[in-house]
Structures are given as structure tokens and as C-alpha cells.
Write a protein that binds this ligand. Structure first.
Ligand SMILES: [Zn+2]
Length: 197
């Protein structure tokens, strides 16, 4: 079996242990421009039922790529060390690409927000990202938060975007139904025209 990692990491970055000893992260070695590709995830695709029985470490390094489908790195490489941040500098491009959301300086840790890919509760945790806007608890339903949908527009995985679109269509249909119910109520109060013979 090839020793080459299943993921790709741009040569402008490296994976290394975090200074605070809380695991690994990826760091920029050169300035990175907004929109630049920094990593492409790879691996083996598991369905939810098999995926939830994998060891914790494998599950924590995976990325959700579709409804109930998960990409697990084999073998693990530096590109799989991307962490979550509630104030990320990178976002998803498609299912497996990671791009800079803004210019990134040398030495910055490159992170994305797991709300961009996750719709299932397989990796819920108390966040210690230290951002001013840290939401504390990161969970599988965070993609539903309107503030995150607005902030990460264009950076969600396609399967998450489909759910956001479906949620919006549902809300629109509900509002339309509510409006038409109101109009009907109003219409029923208008006296029927009197016809004279
Ligand atoms: Zn956080």
C-alpha cells in the first residue's frame, strides 16, 4: 500500500503540533491570497452506519462529504490536521477542497468552521478556538444558524448548501401560506355585494 497521504496540502503550509499541545494544526509558511486552494481532502468514503463504529481518531480526522457519507483519510497526512475555528480563515470549495476566505499571513493557523460540512452529530465538542465570537459548543445542527449561513455563503459543502436552500424554500412556502391565510380572513370580512333585481 502506498505511503502517500490521501490528502493534498499546498507546499505553502505545513502540519505540525500546536504550541499549546492540544493536537496538530496546519500553518502557513508563506503568505496565502484570498481564494487560493490550500488543501484537498482524500480517503475512503464510509456510510454513517459503518462510520460510527470507526475509532475516535479516524472519526475526528474525517470530513462529512454528503448526507450520511464521510471521507476518512487513509493514510493520514498533514492535510488532515485542519482544525475547526469559529472565526475561520478558510472555507470549503466543493466537497473536498479548502480555500482561503481572506489573505493569510505567514505563521497563521489555517482553520475552517465544521458548520460548513457537518449536518450530523458525530463530532460535537466544546470549542476552545479562543475567538471572540466562539459559540462554545460545536454541533451537527450549527449549519442551521442564520448568522453562520450568512457569514459562510459560498463556502458550504454542496450537501449542506442543498439543505440550506431546502430550508429557505420551506420557510418561503410557509410565509406565503400564512400571507394567503391572512388575505382570506380579510376577504371573508368584506360583505358580499348586494344584488338588486
Ligand atoms: Zn470556537
Amino acid at each position: 500500500m502506498s505511503k502517500q497521504p490521501s490528502s493534498y496540502l499546498s507546499s505553502k503550509l505545513e502540519g505540525r503540533p500546536k504550541a499549546n499541545g492540544s493536537g496538530n494544526g496546519i500553518y502557513s509558511l508563506e503568505p496565502i491570497k484570498k481564494g487560493e486552494l490550500v488543501a484537498v481532502f482524500g480517503g475512503v468514503v464510509y456510510e454513517w452506519d459503518a462510520f460510527i463504529h470507526l475509532p475516535d481518531r479516524e472519526r475526528s480526522l474525517c470530513i462529512q462529504v454528503e448526507d450520511r457519507l464521510f471521507l476518512v483519510p487513509r493514510p493520514i497526512g498533514e492535510g488532515d490536521y485542519v482544525n475547526h475555528s469559529c472565526n475561520p480563515n478558510a472555507g470549503l470549495s466543493g466537497q473536498i477542497g479548502l480555500v482561503a476566505m481572506r489573505d493569510i499571513k505567514i505563521g497563521e493557523e489555517v482553520c475552517f468552521d465544521y458548520a460548513m460540512s457537518d449536518t450530523m452529530p458525530y463530532d460535537e465538542f466544546r470549542c476552545g478556538c479562543g475567538s471572540l465570537n466562539c459559540r462554545g459548543l460545536v454541533g451537527g445542527n450549527d449549519w442551521q444558524k442564520p448568522v453562520l449561513q450568512k457569514r459562510y455563503a459560498g463556502f458550504f459543502a454542496p450537501h449542506v448548501q442543498r439543505r440550506i436552500d431546502a430550508q429557505r424554500a420551506e420557510q418561503k412556502a410557509l410565509e406565503k401560506a400564512r400571507r394567503s391565510a391572512k388575505t382570506q380572513k380579510y376577504a371573508s370580512k368584506i360583505p358580499a355585494p348586494a344584488f338588486s333585481k
